[in-house]
Design a protein around this ligand. Structure first.
Ligand code: GLA
Length: 733
C-alpha cells in the first residue's frame, strides 16, 4: 500500500523508498524519514538533547529537550522558535506574522485530483491515492493542507500545499513553498543546473557549508540561468553508487530553492514561489494552492534517480498524447533564412527536406505583420502575404501536398511597440505608471494576468491553427519579464502579478492543447529558458537551447538529462560554421548529437552537396528506426563532458534487448590509447552482439572492461554503435 496510517504515524511507500511523518504529543507534524525502506517506524531517531538557545513552545512547559528549532518539521511555519528557513510566511491584520501549525486531521482520497489552474502529475489509471494532512493555526482558523502521492513504480513522491483562510480578514501571503524537507544528515553536496542563454543547465556540484545555499528566478520564467530542480547527494555519489535526493518543481515562473545547513548539521530543503515577487492577498474563505513538487530518492546513484524522473515525466507529467507516439523529424527554416525568405524559398527547403525523408516543415519567425527583423510586429498574427507571396493556408496546402506536415512559430506572450496590437491596446502591456518600460529584444510583455488578454490570445491562435491546418506549433518566449505592473489589477494585488502571469500562460496552453490534441506543441524560450516540468505538462517537447553547436550541445543535453526525459529534448542539426560558436563539426557528429533528442534540421538543405544530402537521408532513416529506443529506453550518461574531452551516452530498451551507444570526442591527442567507455544497464552473464562488426561480448565485459572507441584521428569524431542481447543458447559455444 502506498499510504499507510498507524495512529499518529503516516508512511508513504514506493517500490524502494519510504517517506514517514509523525504527529507528536503537541500536535506538531515531524518529518521522520525519507530514504530506503526500513520496515518500521523511524521515530526512535527523533530524539534530541537539550540544545541551548533553542526556545520551547508554551505548551511544552518546563521541558528543555523539545524545540522546533531542532526537530525535523514537515512544513516549517516560522515565528515560533524555529529560526531556520520557513516554508511559508503570512502577515495577519495585526501585523504579526507567526503561525503555530498543529495537526488537525487527515483524509485519504482514492485518486489523485489535479490542481486547479496549475500543471500537476496525474495517474491515468486512477490508481494513485492521495494523502491530505491538515494543519491548523493554534489561534486563527487558518488551515494548511499538505498533499502527498506516492508513485510506486517510479519511486516519486508528489507534494503540494494549499492554504485556506477561514478568518474574516484578508491575509497577506508573502512566502509559500511547495515542499519543505528536513534531512538529519548534513554531510550532503548540492548539484544544481545553472547557465545562461545558449548555455543552459550546466551542472555544478558543491559541498554544503553552514548557512543557506539559494538560487532562484525573478525573471517571470524559470529561466536559462537556473533550472527549478536540485539534487542533494552524499559525497562520492556517482552515476551508479551512492545516495541522492532529487527535487523539481512543476512550475515555470519565479521560484526559489533554499538549502540550509543548520547548527546541528541538519539540512532543510525548501522549494516554492520566489518570495520577493510573490505577495498574495488571501481573502476570507479563499484558498491558495502551491505548484507541485516532485521528490525522488536513489541509493544507486544519479542514473537511477534520472530514470525515476524520466519515467515519472513520461508516464505521469507529460499529458500530451504524443508522449509515446512516433514524432516527426522536422526541418526548421530559422537558421536557414532568419527573416529573409519568401514562399518560394520555403517550398524549396521543404522539397529538399522531403527528398531526405523529413516529415514536418516548420516556418519560424518572420511570417506575420511586417516582421522583417526582431524590432517589429509581435502581436500582429496575420500573415504577411506580400512577403510570402501567398496566403498562409496556401503555403500549408503546398506543404501538405508534398505529404509533409506544416508547423508554425508563434510568440503569444509578447508585443512589439511597432504593432497594431500595441497601438490598439497599450493597456495590455506590463508597464509601471510613470516609468518607461524596459525592453529586451525590442519587445514588451503582454499582461497574461488579465483574462481579457488570455481570451484574445486564445481566439487569435485557435483561429490561426484551425484556418491553416497547422500540425505543429513552436511556442516561443523571448525575454525575461520586468516592470511587473498590471493595469488590470488593483494596487494591493500587484504583488500577485508574477504568479497570475503564469496562471494566464497555463490557461492559454491548456485551452489550445486541449482543443488541438493532434497538434504537436514544442515549447521554447530563447531556447531552453523555460525548460521545466510545468511546461512539459502541456508540451511534450521543448527546444533545449539556441546553441546547436554539437560540442556545447553534449554539455547542455547532459545537464538536461538529470531530470528531463530525452523524448522532451528538442535537438537539431544546424549549419557550419556554427552560428553560435563558429565551430565546424562534421555532419556525422552533428547528427549523432541531435539524435539524443527529438531530432530535426535547421539549415538550408538546398545548399548541401548531393553526398551530404544522402548522408542526411541516411541519418533520418537511422533516427526513425532508433526513435522508440531513444524515447522509451533508459538513458545512461557514460561520461561527464565537463571533465573529459569525450561525451558518451547510451540507451537500453526497457526489455534489455537493444542497446545504442553514442559518443563524441572533442579533441584527439597524438600517441594516446583508444578512449574506453564502460557500458551500464546490461546483464552481466548475458552475451551481446555488436551489429556492425558481429563481435560478441558478455555484459560483464562491456560494463567492467568496456569498449575501445576506434575513433578516427583528428578532432571531432563521433560514433553510433548498436548492440542486441543474444539468447542464452546462441551464446553458449
Ligand atoms: C528564439 C528561438 C529561436 C528562433 C528565434 C526566432 O531565439 O529560440 O529558435 O525561433 O527566437 O526569433
Amino acid at each position: 500500500m502506498p499510504i499507510s496510517i498507524d495512529g499518529n504515524l503516516f508512511s508513504l511507500s514506493t517500490q524502494d523508498t519510504l517517506y514517514q511523518m509523525q504527529v507528536d504529543e503537541y500536535g506538531i507534524l515531524n518529518h521522520l524519514w525519507y530514504g530506503p525502506k526500513t520496515g518500521m517506524s523511524m521515530s526512535y531517531l527523533n530524539q534530541y538533547p537539550e540544545i541551548s538557545f533553542s526556545g520551547s513552545l508554551a505548551d511544552t512547559g518546563t521541558r528543555r529537550d523539545y524545540s522546533l528549532n531542532d526537530r525535523p518539521l514537515e512544513y516549517a511555519e516560522g515565528g515560533m522558535t524555529d529560526y531556520r528557513t520557513p516554508a511559508l510566511r503570512i502577515v495577519h491584520p495585526d501585523g504579526s506574522s507567526a503561525l503555530d501549525l498543529r495537526y488537525a486531521g487527515y483524509e485519504v482520497l482514492n485518486h489523485k485530483p489535479g490542481i486547479a489552474h496549475l500543471p500537476a502529475s496525474f495517474d491515468r489509471s486512477l490508481q494513485t491515492p492521495t494523502l491530505k494532512i491538515t494543519l491548523k493555526d493554534a489561534l486563527y482558523p487558518i488551515f494548511v493542507h499538505l498533499y502527498y502521492n506516492a508513485f510506486e513504480k517510479e519511486n516519486v513522491i508528489a507534494r503540494s500545499v494549499e492554504i485556506e483562510n477561514n478568518t474574516d480578514h484578508i491575509l497577506s501571503l508573502d512566502k509559500f513553498s511547495s515542499l519543505c524537507l528536513d534531512l538529519p544528515d548534513g554531510d550532503l553536496e548540492v548539484l544544481h543546473f545553472h547557465g545562461r542563454h545558449a548555455m543552459e543547465r550546466l551542472k555544478e556540484r558543491l559541498p554544503l557549508g553552514f548557512g543557506t545555499f539559494r538560487f532562484e528566478s525573478r525573471r517571470g520564467n524559470s529561466s536559462h540561468q537556473h533550472n527549478p530542480a536540485v539534487i542533494l547527494a552524499a559525497p562520492h555519489t556517482d552515476e551508479s553508487h551512492g545516495a541522492c535526493y532529487g527535487a523539481c518543481l512543476l512550475y515555470s515562473g519565479c521560484y526559489q530553492v533554499e538549502v540550509q545547513k543548520d547548527q546541528l548539521e541538519q539540512i532543510r530543503l525548501v522549494m516554492g514561489l520566489e518570495e520577493s515577487t510573490f505577495h498574495w492577498k488571501l481573502k476570507p474563505q479563499a484558498t491558495f494552492h502551491s505548484p507541485e513538487a516532485l521528490l525522488s530518492y536513489s541509493n544507486q546513484g544519479f542514473e537511477k534517480l534520472s530514470h525515476q524522473f524520466h519515467d515519472m515525466f513520461r508516464e505521469h507529467v507529460i499529458r500530451s498524447t504524443f508522449v509515446h507516439r512516433p514524432r516527426p523529424v522536422l526541418i526548421n527554416n530559422w537558421e536557414a533564412t532568419y527573416f529573409d525568405f519568401n514562399g518560394q524559398k520555403l517550398i524549396e527547403i521543404a522539397d529538399s527536406a522531403k527528398e531526405c525523408g523529413i516529415d514536418l516543415f516548420v516556418l519560424d519567425d518572420g511570417w506575420f505583420g511586417n516582421r522583417n527583423s526582431d524590432t517589429e510586429s509581435l502581436g500582429d498574427w496575420h500573415v504577411n502575404e506580400e512577403k510570402l507571396g501567398m496566403p498562409l493556408a496556401d503555403l500549408s496546402k503546398a506543404i501538405h501536398d508534398r505529404q509533409m506536415q506544416f508547423g508554425l512559430w508563434i510568440e503569444p506572450e509578447m508585443v512589439s511597440e511597432d504593432s497594431d496590437l500595441f497601438r490598439t491596446h497599450p493597456e495590455w502591456v506590463l508597464w509601471i505608471p510613470g516609468r518607461y518600460p524596459s525592453r529586451s529584444r525590442h519587445q514588451l510583455v503582454l499582461d497574461l494576468g488579465n483574462p481579457e488578454v488570455v481570451e484574445y490570445l486564445y481566439q487569435t491562435f485557435s483561429k490561426l491553427i484551425r484556418e491553416n491546418s497547422v500540425d505543429y506549433i513552436k511556442w516561443d518566449m523571448n525575454r525575461s519579464i520586468s516592470d511587473f505592473y498590471s493595469s488590470y489589477l488593483p494596487e494591493q494585488r500587484q504583488g500577485e502579478l508574477a504568479h497570475r502571469y503564469m496562471l494566464g500562460v497555463y490557461e492559454l496552453a491548456d485551452r489550445l492543447t486541449t482543443e488541438f490534441p493532434e497538434v504537436l506543441f514544442e515549447g521554447c524560450a530563447g531556447g531552453g529558458g523555460r525548460f521545466d516540468g510545468g511546461m512539459l505538462y502541456y508540451f511534450p517537447q521543448y527546444w533545449c537551447s539556441d546553441n546547436t553547436d554539437a560540442h556545447c550541445r553534449t554539455q547542455i543535453q547532459y545537464g538536461t538529462s538529470f531530470f528531463y526525459p530525452i523524448s522532451s529534448v528538442g535537438s537539431h542539426v544546424s549549419a557550419v560554421p556554427n552560428h553560435q560558436t563558429g565551430r565546424v563539426t562534421s555532419l556525422k557528429t552533428r547528427g549523432t548529437v541531435a539524435m539524443a533528442g527529438t531530432f530535426g534540421y535547421e539549415l538550408d538543405l538546398t545548399l548541401l552537396s548531393p553526398e551530404q544530402r544522402e548522408e542526411v537521408r541516411q541519418q533520418v532513416q537511422t533516427y526513425k528506426t532508433l526513435q522508440p529506443l531513444i524515447f522509451d529506453g533508459d538513458y545512461y550518461r557514460l561520461s561527464d563532458p565537463f571533465d573529459h574531452d569525450l561525451a558518451a551516452w547510451s540507451f537500453v530498451s526497457k526489455d534489455g534487448l537493444q542497446i545504442l551507444v553514442q559518443s563524441v570526442i572533442y579533441e584527439q591527442k597524438p600517441n594516446v590509447r583508444f578512449p574506453r567507455i564502460q557500458l551500464r544497464g546490461l546483464k552481466r552473464d548475458v552475451w551481446y552482439k555488436q551489429l556492425d562488426t558481429g563481435n560478441v561480448y558478455t555484459g560483464a565485459a562491456l560494463m567492467d572492461g568496456g569498449l575501445l572507441l576506434d575513433l578516427p584521428q583528428g578532432t571531432d569524431s563521433s560514433q553510433t554503435l548498436q548492440f542486441v542481447r543474444m539468447d542464452q543458447e546462441e551464446t553458449s559455444e
